[in-house]
Design a binder for this molecule. Structure first.
Ligand code: AMP
Ligand code: GLY
Length: 426
């Protein structure tokens, strides 16, 4: 079948790479794609937010399946429009995607379904929010309710520190309409993990857990980013914890969604914190994580096209997937200055040498081909991913590959997977 994948990040390169491996994938188009997706199929210059143009392309080119990578086209209703055109779409409807695009909706859903999560209050009025935080004691988290590219949550050690982010979001509107409603949440502590599940609205298939590294600096310091590296699986998520998460969180969430907005079809991403009193939800997302997709898909065995079609046809229970037993580690290489301002168009060297290493895959995120040169085009530029017999071996291999790649000012964390290595050797 012909497939159209929508998006342009490292996640989409990983998806394109995996979709391409399926014998069912006759032709793959990626809109708009990047230099990595171009190695797996044909890039089409249509923005991921141009819903009418994407649907028109799909109809005119005999596309059977549209796979939506990111949250913004989901929130723009791409899946709904593709379905109106009587084509298959992998991803939730606009209404179901509110589990990610509206944190107030998501929190309310969790309350209704008694899903363990941080206590939170929702505000649309700055003065009311300010008065509330100043009446509190202890650490808080201020969150924009709408989509903010992973940068909409600010952890505040002291309540008074919450006033500035509230003002930035609600008065200065740094995230536009996404920050008009905010949540003020109790700060939780403990290791974090991402549990991604394929979901057809009734059946779920829980993928192997992964752990992202959101802060820019080594030792989890500095501002949050979209994610600076990741590993899969996660030693602290034991089988017992995973079945508890499935039972107490994922199944009730899918059921509550079905009651409120209909079937959730696609990937339900559960961001967890493993607190002393059990797993708690930090956030839900409505798609594969980025960079989580890179190590997870590198380990996934089986036919992703078949699994996605089964989701669309509500028969996920018929699908069997397997896992490479070896752990995977992904190190994100970013432009110097990210997550603030950074330069673009800088020539990258060494990607081919790194990509040629056994058990290594360099997933391209923000980079473009200009003639025979690969140049930087975004904040997160590459996701260098490696398998190893142990998590330590996978880390060593990933960094060996990273060492072959460079461009002026390139930046990466040095401690990706150290938490897993410490847990595995304890
Ligand atoms: P979110 O945008 O909700 O995923 O939050 C981004 C990051 O902020 C998370 O990955 C956590 O590291 C942190 N965070 C969010 N909510 C909380 C919370 N309630 N307690 C502690 N940290 C949090
Ligand atoms: N890596 C975090 C996310 O995809 O939301």
């Amino acid at each position: 079948m012909k497939i159209l994948l929508v998006g342009s990040g490292g996640r989409e390169h990983a998806l394109a790479w995996k979709l391409r491996q399926s014998p069912q994938c006759e032709q793959l188009f990626i809109a708009p794609g990047n230099a990595g997706t171009a190695q797996c199929g044909t890039n089409v210059p249509i923005s991921e937010l141009d819903v009418p143009a994407l649907v028109k392309f799909a109809r005119e080119n005999g596309i059977a399946l549209v796979v939506v990578g990111g949250e913004e086209p989901l929130a723009a209703g791409l899946v709904d429009e593709v379905r109106k055109a009587k084509l298959m779409a992998f991803g939730p409807t606009k209404e179901a995607a509110q589990i990610e695009s509206d944190k107030a909706f998501s929190k309310q859903l969790m309350r209704e379904a008694s899903i363990p999560t941080a206590e939170a209050r929702t505000f649309t009025d700055f003065t009311a929010a300010r008065n509330y935080v100043l009446s509190r004691q202890g650490a808080l988290v201020v969150k924009a309710a709408g989509l903010a590219k992973g940068k909409g949550a600010v952890v505040c050690e002291e309540p008074y520190q919450a006033v500035k982010p509230l003002e930035q979001m609600m008065v200065e509107k740094v995230f536009g309409a996404a920050g008009e409603t905010v949540l003020v949440e109790d700060r939780l502590t403990g290791p974090e993990a991402s549990v991604l599940s394929l979901c057809d609205g009734k059946n779920i298939y829980v993928l192997e857990p992964a752990q992202d590294h959101k802060p820019i600096g080594d030792g989890d310091t500095g501002p949050n980013t979209g994610g600076m590296g990741c590993y899969c699986p996660v030693p602290v998520i034991t089988d017992a914890v995973l079945s508890q998460v499935e039972r107490e969180i994922i199944v009730p969430a899918v059921d509550a969604l079905r009651r409120r907005v209909g079937r959730f079809e696609g990937v339900l991403y559960t961001g967890l914190m493993l607190t002393a009193s059990g797993p708690r939800v930090i956030e839900f997302n409505a798609r594969f994580g980025d960079p989580e997709a890179q190590p997870v898909l590198m380990r996934l065995k089986g036919d992703l096209v078949e699994a996605m079609v089964a989701v669309c046809e509500h028969r996920l229970d018929e699908v069997t997937l397997g896992w490479d037993p070896r752990p995977a580690v992904c190190v994100v290489m970013a432009s110097g200055g990210y997550p603030d301002k950074y330069a673009k168009g800088l020539p990258i060297t060494g990607v081919d040498q790194a990509d040629a290493m056994a058990d290594v895959k360099v997933f391209i995120a923000g980079a473009q081909q200009e003639g025979d040169k690969l140049v930087t085009a975004g904040g997160r530029v590459l996701g260098v991913t490696a398998l190893g017999d142990t998590i330590a071996a996978a880390k060593a291999r990933a960094y060996e590959a990273v060492a072959k790649i460079s461009w002026p000012g390139c930046y990466y964390r040095h401690d990706i997977a150290d938490k897993a290595i410490a847990a595995a050797t304890r």
